[in-house]
Design a protein around this ligand. Structure first.
Ligand code: SF4
Length: 371
């Protein structure tokens, strides 16, 4: 069977900084900085000693990659193709902020070979979008979606968020129904996390955040409504039409190998994780030596459990036995017993997996399994 291999490119520029975001992204970049950055990426792709493997998925993430121009996308895309080669059926995604959508640009990206677009929507309530500090309106989301379809993209992801200040189960339900009516191939629904160091974290006591129970209700609502609409809940926060699961992200969760380029980007090759600096100036001055961390994965068993329990497919008991000596459900029988008893965890002997409800409690189970 052909082995999957991914390539990730991080584009760290945004129109403005959302107050909840701790991704490596910088607002207010100039054309000159973006051109300098693209030059650095091209150098890094050309000079880093990653193995030469055919890419089965490519992902331009950020930040807001669509702040780059068509010729810049073209140059990066050609460089990746020359360096790795692209599988004929490769999944090639870019992330887009609706405020940067432009039908002409989208058509050009499609013509370059991109076949999947991920739209950062979050909510269809303008009040909630304002509360999140997003720079686009709900109407711009609908326009961006229409533009993507018109440009020939039939594999579109829409990112949603729950646990947003001022959000209610009713308003989240409206967002879900509205997005389902657009019928995208893939929907992601993430709970808002208050990350340390962000303005939201500093102001956490002033934000009208839904409480934990309401947030759990929102998760349950997403799970049931999306399932009824024909989406498979294949990862804690991800839902797809059959066959439209994100191949690139599955590679991460299945511990596949991927090369990653750009500031803060993290690659995983031959059991080693390399993470680039978050310091843009340092990256620009020497992109090939801007690695901050190089770590051998110390506890592959825990890493395997942590990633696989995010997925509805769960843990392949035969693979687990082969790699770690005993079946997962036998090795951790005592700790897993209460989880089986309450129906949060199920096993058919070949696979052990969290149920839809269990997936929401994934981090509590992982805490119990910590070595
Ligand atoms: S658009 Fe996305 S990457 Fe940029 S600041 Fe907002 S959440 Fe972060």
């Amino acid at each position: 069977m052909r082995k999957e291999f991914g390539v990730y490119l991080h584009v760290p520029f945004c129109l403005s900084k959302c107050p909840y975001c701790d991704f490596c992204s910088f607002p207010g970049s100039t054309e000159k900085t973006r051109a300098h950055y693209v030059g650095a990426l091209i150098r890094e792709i050309g000079e880093r000693d990653f193995p030469r493997r055919t890419a089965t998925s490519v992902f331009f993430g950020g930040g807001t990659p669509t702040l780059l121009s068509v010729p810049q996308f073209d140059a990066l895309f050609s460089m990746i193709d020359a360096r790795f080669g692209l599988a004929r059926d490769a999944e090639i995604t870019f992330e887009m902020n609706p405020a940067t959508a432009d039908r002409g640009k989208l058509r050009a990206f499609r013509a370059l070979g991109f076949n999947r677009v991920s739209i950062g929507c979050q909510s269809v309530s303008d009040d909630e979008l304002r509360a999140l500090g997003r720079v686009h309106s709900a109407n711009e989301i609908f326009q961006a979606y229409e533009d993507a379809l018109a440009a020939g993209f039939d594999n579109v992801n829409v990112d949603l968020m729950y646990g947003v200040p001022g959000q209610t189960v009713g308003s989240f339900s409206k967002t879900l129904q509205t997005v389902i009516s657009l019928s995208p191939a893939h929907i992601s629904a993430y709970g808002l996390i208050l990350e340390e160091g962000t303005p939201f974290f500093t102001r956490r006591n002033e934000l009208a955040l839904p409480d934990e129970d309401v947030e759990a209700d929102m998760y349950a609502l997403a799970t049931s409504v999306l399932r009824d609409a024909g989406y498979r809940h294949y990862e804690i926060s991800n839902y797809a039409r059959p066959g439209r699961e994100c191949r690139h992200n599955l590679l991460y969760w299945r511990q596949g190998e991927y090369a990653a380029y750009g500031v803060s980007a993290s690659s995983h090759i031959a059991g080693v994780r390399r993470t680039n600096t978050r310091d843009l100036a340092r990256y620009l001055s020497d992109p090939v030596r801007a690695t901050d961390e190089e770590t051998v994965i110390e506890d592959p068993e825990y890493e395997y459990i942590m990633l696989r329990l995010r997925l509805a497919e769960g843990i392949d008991e035969e693979e687990f036995r082969r790699r770690f000596g005993r079946a997962f459900r036998e090795k951790y029988a005592d700790k897993l017993a209460p989880w089986f008893a309450c129906g949060a965890l199920v096993s058919d002997g070949d696979r052990t997996a969290l149920t839809d409800e269990g997936l929401y409690l994934n981090s509590a189970l992982l805490r119990e399994l910590l070595p």
